[in-house]
Design a protein around this ligand. Sequence first.
Ligand code: URA
Length: 237
Amino acid sequence: MERLDKLIAAQGGANPLSRKEVKALIARGRVTVDGVPAKSAEQKVDPDAVVIAVDGVPLALKKNLYLLLHKPKGYVSSTDGGDGPTVLELVPRSLSRRNLFPAGRLDKDTTGLMLITDDGQLAHRILSPKRHVKKRYLVTLDVPPTEEMANRFAEGIALSDGICKPAELSITGEYTALVTLTEGRYHQIKRMFGCCGATVIGLHRVAMGNLSLPDDLPEGAVREATAEELAAIEERQ
Ligand code: URA
């Protein structure tokens, strides 16, 4: 059950309403719950079981929002800036909602697939190393990747904050490799290659779980994820 004013204000959309505006609408009797004018902003409702309408127009209630972003360089993966613009600034107003946050971090200079949501439980499921959701990166190095590096990645590289879970490294070009991780430590790939004497000069996330960066998502673009895409992210194989 959720508070009526919070639920309506959280919907966002093209003309997002503040809690204050929602309270004013409720006070004027313009909000109905199952056809009955809402009595108070604090009224608790089950968003899956009721029809809420404003001025007679039913709201298509969405409990949570799931957005895919093709992150460009120069944006920080956090909710508050400080070190430059945040990825939330790329979310168009029509898709913006309170409580959105990036599910996982990419470095400021990393590009590629990100999920932005207000669903903390889903974010936890994707990010928890216990769930083994794979994150795949295309890496460009200053030196050619080697089979020896691949073996070290597979064994588990020892970083200052512990031993990494085994990671896959497959060589894709003279200076490029695909690396697959199931955890997300700070600067993990950069530090793993650092242990092998290589410097990462380009890092691009190409997939999360079984979802590849969609072709219709150019750099900087944000759109809602489909149910199939969300399910693919959570798949483990
Ligand atoms: N590893 C890194 O070093 N940086 C990222 O952004 C993601 C993985």
